[in-house]
Ligand binder design. Structure first.
Ligand SMILES: Nc1ccn([C@@H]2O[C@H](COP(=O)(O)O)[C@@H](O)[C@H]2O)c(=O)n1
Ligand SMILES: C[C@@]1(CO)OP(=O)(O)OP(=O)(O)OC[C@H]1O
Length: 157
């Protein structure tokens, strides 16, 4: 078995939605990022890359590479899943926490879990997504940005 963890932050900016776990969530602000700024997928990719000791998301998808400008982060996750399989592992389970005051994630959790499970090629029961505020403290609490952390456990296939 292998275990990994990941963490990602993006600042709010212009826009009317945020991408969370591949799901478009309406919001009064967008996210500033090179790609689509999907903190859930970025944290989850880093958890998988970390479990495999294969660097991090920037190792595989450089923020200086124009190919990833505005990119759909789901392709990053599918790449991580492919590497996992190539290395002889399958997903045991993942647990993701979104950190921020808004948008509220609860109403979107079922869709996010379905989306992540589809890209990882696993049963949705292996994917946990939850959210917390920081009780209005810190940069997330002030509504300056949104964060996510993720853990992934990989099993020998
Ligand atoms: N962006 C968020 C933040 C929180 N939630 C849900 O609200 C619950 C209470 O949050 P606390 O930080 O006050 O513990 C939390 O357990 C989540 O269910 C959310 O959906 N979206
Ligand atoms: C995803 C990449 C590449 O487009 O850029 P961003 O969208 O800015 O996201 P970040 O979480 O900073 O990860 C680094 C890069 O790999």
């Amino acid at each position: 078995m292998r275990i990994g963890q990941g963490f990602d932050v993006h600042a709010f900016g212009e826009g009317d939605h945020v991408m969370l776990g591949g799901v478009r969530v309406p919001h009064e602000r967008g996210l500033v990022a090179h790609s689509d700024g999907d903190v859930v997928i970025h944290a989850l990719c880093d958890a998988i890359f970390g479990a495999l000791a294969l660097g991090d998301i920037g190792t595989h998808f450089s923020p200086r590479d124009e190919r990833w400008r505005g990119a759909d982060s789901r392709q990053f996750l599918r790449h991580a899943a492919q590497l996992m399989k190539q290395q002889g592992y399958r997903l045991g389970n993942v647990d993701v926490t979104v950190i921020g005051e808004a948008p509220k994630v609860g109403p979107h959790v079922a869709s996010i879990r379905e989306c992540l499970a589809a890209d990882l090629g696993c049963d949705v029961g292996r994917i946990s997504v939850k959210a917390t505020t920081t009780e209005k403290l810190g940069f997330c609490g002030r509504g300056e940005g949104i964060a996510a952390q993720a853990c992934a456990l990989l099993e020998h296939a």
